[in-house]
Write a protein that binds this ligand. Structure first.
Ligand SMILES: [Zn+2]
Length: 313
């Protein structure tokens, strides 16, 4: 069975693993990310790959990188959380490891992993939406990853949903990720708790003060019935549903997969997302409803997807 290595390169750690053709992770190697130096990042990737290649006969390496990757899957043009600027990552790592290498945007790799081996199995048209600090997006259409003309497609979190809305790290205002990400959930919970502490008794008991609220507090308080925490999830669900309905108007996917850290609390908001989505979808009542499912592979999705993309390079 052909084995490949998938590497998920994040802002703090480089997670690599040996992956089988059916998406199982056989072995892993972890390194911290030397975020300030592109040279040291390439060295750390090569070091982890060499460690795994000593233990397994591998054919190729797929890198999932948190940045804008060009259409040839070779160069990281820009990365918000790493020092990459026009970084020839494919060439650099291939020279160091002596194996074929492909580079993919990390959200695309995650979407591919879920499409092949997770919640998107058996579907042909899949939109993956990862809710974390922002919103990561990946789109599979007709069984192929959709990258766009220059590799910049699928940045779903930066659709402008509110003209002149909240400022976004990308420099624009009103981006979807300011309303429907993990960070947006926490911000909303803080606002709710500060505006009406009597509605946030459990939330404030857990966090201490509105400013100290983090995601886990919101989830735990919502499970305990805290009104402010539940209202924050309702806010998230409404904006998430609106964005999915807009995406369906353009892409008409068979299913949406909701991943990222917030998806661990999917039971608290996915039913509302499904209901709001059905109520807002254009052509509703005259078209099938796309499935809206929680991701299945968890944090390994990016690694598994990158490894599989290396196989089909
Ligand atoms: Zn933005």
């Amino acid at each position: 069975m052909a084995l490949t290595i998938g590497v998920d390169i994040g802002g703090t750690k480089i997670a690599s693993g040996v992956v089988t053709e059916d998406g199982r992770v056989l072995d892993r190697a972890l390194r911290p990310t030397p975020a300030d130096s592109p040279e040291l990042v390439a060295d750390a990737i090569a070091d982890a790959v060499a460690e795994l290649a000593r233990r397994h006969a591998v054919e190729a390496v797929g890198l999932g990188a948190a940045g804008f990757v060009d259409e040839t899957r070779s160069v990281v043009r820009f990365a918000p959380n790493l020092a990459w600027r026009e970084e020839p990552l494919r060439k650099k790592v291939a020279e160091l490891v002596g194996l074929p290498v492909v580079v993919e945007n990390d959200a695309n790799a995650t979407a591919w992993g879920e499409y092949r081996f997770g919640a998107g199995r058996g579907e042909s048209h899949v939109v993956c939406v990862a809710l974390g600090t922002g919103i990561g997006g990946g789109v599979v259409l007709g069984g192929e990853l959709y990258r766009g003309r220059w590799g910049m497609g699928g940045e779903l979190g930066h659709m402008q949903v509110v003209p002149e809305g909240l400022p976004c790290g990308c420099g624009n205002h009103g981006c979807w990720e300011q309303y429907a990400s993990g960070n947006a959930l926490v911000r909303r919970a803080r606002v709710n708790a500060a505006a009406d502490p009597s509605s946030a008794v459990r939330l404030l008991e857990l966090a201490g003060s509105p400013d100290a609220i983090v995601g886990q507090h919101v989830t735990d308080a919502a499970r305990d019935g805290d009104a402010a925490a539940l209202a924050a999830f309702e806010f998230l669900a409404g904006w998430l549903a609106q964005g999915l309905a807009d995406l369906a108007a353009v892409l008409d996917p068979g299913c949406f997969i909701i991943g990222g850290g917030v998806s661990g609390a999917a039971d608290l908001f996915l039913d509302q997302v499904r209901a709001d989505y059905a109520a807002r979808l254009t052509g509703r009542g005259h078209r099938p409803l796309a499935g809206i499912r929680a991701a299945e592979l968890g944090p390994a999705a990016g690694m598994v997807g990158a490894a599989d993309l290396a196989r089909v390079r």
